[in-house]
Design a protein around this ligand. Structure first.
Ligand code: AHR
Length: 515
């Protein structure tokens, strides 16, 4: 180990919001059909939901799930997924070119969420629909019995209001790929009207406006400023979406891996810029609230694999009318994750925690099969991908207050971000139980580093010596190693050797590792 870095300078960020450990389920590919739902599976319950998948969702510690999209929401009719299953219409779904059978809809997802113990974050269609349908849906899910849509819900077997508080006003409406995409002005006007009317119905709703689909969008910044300034009064959140992958994963060039390992640098800049736009909107409105960030799509996604698949489809399809049957639950975006992917996701989670004063909600995209930590084999077992572990650790143990360290340690060089710190770390501490969590990554591909975390400034000068109850590390000699259906436990965290001396906890992190 070539260096030891001592970290003893921490700043309290904010209380850790439970919604930071959210996820995302979209009616995309085998996310729902063949993912959470497979009525013929041996573990299926009476509604057709897989119990083995539910068990893994609970183990993952997910707190909140965004639903039903994603790109599909922009051509989705929510009422299609209600009432007796055999009467539900089958539709063409334009975003991913698939058949939507509507076997699963909001009623079913509500039951699933109760089983999973998760809050629902619901998205409304702003592509092919708008204000009236959003109001109808709100009345259906949350209304007290006695009005038209609420009574339909009661008739469909759910007497109680679902009490869904968080509402996404569309999805990625800045993206040219989005059905019914809009200019910043068009969307700002739509959001102002929809959020205003929905809050007339229920003033306690927490409205989420779409931010940019990524920091690379041509309207990034302009979009946020226009939308947030216009609808400031009605908004609680603006969304942020960011996906990362190793651009050189096919050739395994070390340069690509280095850039990829530093992905959280991009996330940090993204958060700072969106927060700045929200502050601008606050100033322009002479307001007193901060619009928070809902980082409601984040994670590793090998978008180049998807783009190739999409190009092949398009090439195979003849120009003109597409009158052939559209695929049901096609295999889409079923990325298999490496050990390095898990380390990057670990560093992204650390980044979210370090900024949880501003990022008050986040959804790792997605949950099952589609760019997901959980893989469900058709009529077979469900298993954990490498990225399962860093998420689960944070979701299950990060409680109390998040503390961000100042780190002045070894660096490594990247083209995009220059020299970056090799070590990343965050500590959470729950004063009520006097228990805490230290999360750390070594993203240096070439060297191991020793980390000494002195917790005195967090736990108090006179605190008893720290006891370490469990410590684990995720690392493989081959950072491209994955889990597979045949070997689902190939990559799992192993015990980490830790020494605790008074208030200081020390441990060695091998190259490309998470602990
Ligand atoms: O998560 C996959 C897709 O990524 C979502 O449907 C969309 O919102 C984003 O572009």
């Amino acid at each position: 180990h070539d260096t030891t870095t001592t970290i003893d300078d921490f700043t309290a960020v904010a209380d850790v919001p439970r919604r930071l450990f959210g996820s995302f389920v979209e009616q995309l590919g085998r996310g729902v059909y063949g993912g959470i739902y497979e009525p013929t599976h041996p573990t299926a319950d009476t509604l057709g939901f897989r119990r083995d998948v539910l068990d893994l969702v609970k183990e993952l510690g997910v707190t909140c799930v965004r639903y039903p999209g994603g790109n599909i929401v922009s051509n989705y009719r929510w009422e299609d997924g209600t009432g007796p299953r055999e009467l539900r219409p089958v539709r063409r779904e334009l975003a991913w070119h698939q058949t939507e059978t509507n076997e699963v809809g909001i009623d079913d997802f509500y039951h699933w969420s109760k089983e999973a113990g998760t809050e629902i974050m619901l998205a409304v269609n702003m592509g092919t629909r708008g204000l009236q349908e959003a109001l109808d849906e709100l009345e259906y899910v949350n209304g007290a019995p006695g009005t038209y849509w609420a009574d339909k819900r009661v008739a469909n077997g759910i007497p109680e209001p679902m009490n869904i508080a968080m509402w996404c006003i569309g999805n990625e409406m800045d993206g040219p790929w989005q059905v019914g995409h809009m200019t910043p002005d068009e969307y700002a006007s739509a959001v102002e009207k929809v959020a205003h009317a929905m809050k007339l119905a229920e003033s306690g709703l927490e409205m989420v406006a779409c931010g940019s689909s990524s920091a690379q969008m041509p309207t990034f910044g302009t979009w946020e400023k226009t939308v947030l300034a216009r609808a400031y009064e009605y908004l609680s959140f603006v969304s942020a979406h960011a996906y990362y992958h190793d651009q050189d994963h096919e050739t395994r060039k070390p340069e690509g891996m280095r850039e990829f390992l530093a992905s959280s640098e991009d996330m940090k800049r993204f958060i700072a810029t969106v927060a700045g736009c929200a502050d601008y909107a606050k100033a322009q409105n002479h307001g007193d609230k901060d619009i928070a960030i809902s980082f409601d799509e984040w994670g590793v996604w090998y978008q180049d694999i998807w783009q190739k698949q999409e190009a092949e489809w398009k090439a195979a399809e003849t120009e003109g009318l597409h009158t052939e049957p559209w695929p049901k639950a096609p295999h889409l975006l079923e990325d298999i994750y490496t050990t390095a992917d898990a380390v990057v996701e670990g560093s992204l989670m650390i980044t979210l925690l370090k900024h949880c004063d501003r990022v008050r909600s986040a959804s790792r995209a997605q949950l099952v099969n589609v760019i997901a930590p959980i893989r469900a084999e058709e009529n077979g077992p469900a298993w954990r991908q490498t990225i399962f572990y860093p998420f689960a650790e944070a979701a299950n143990h990060a409680r109390g207050t998040a503390y961000a360290p100042t780190i002045d340690g070894p660096t490594f060089h990247t083209e995009t971000y220059g020299d970056v710190q090799a070590l990343e770390n965050v500590v959470t501490w729950d004063e009520a139980t006097r228990e805490g969590l230290i999360l750390a990554v070594n993203r240096n591909p070439d060297a191991a580093h020793v980390l000494a975390v002195d917790l005195r400034s967090i736990i108090g000068e006179d605190a008893d010596a720290v006891t370490v109850t469990h410590a684990q590390v995720l690392h493989e000699a081959d950072p491209y190693r994955t889990n597979t259906a045949d070997d689902p436990l190939a990559v799992t965290p192993r015990p980490l050797e830790v020494s605790a001396d008074g208030s200081t906890v020390s441990f060695a992190l091998p190259p490309i590792s998470w602990a």
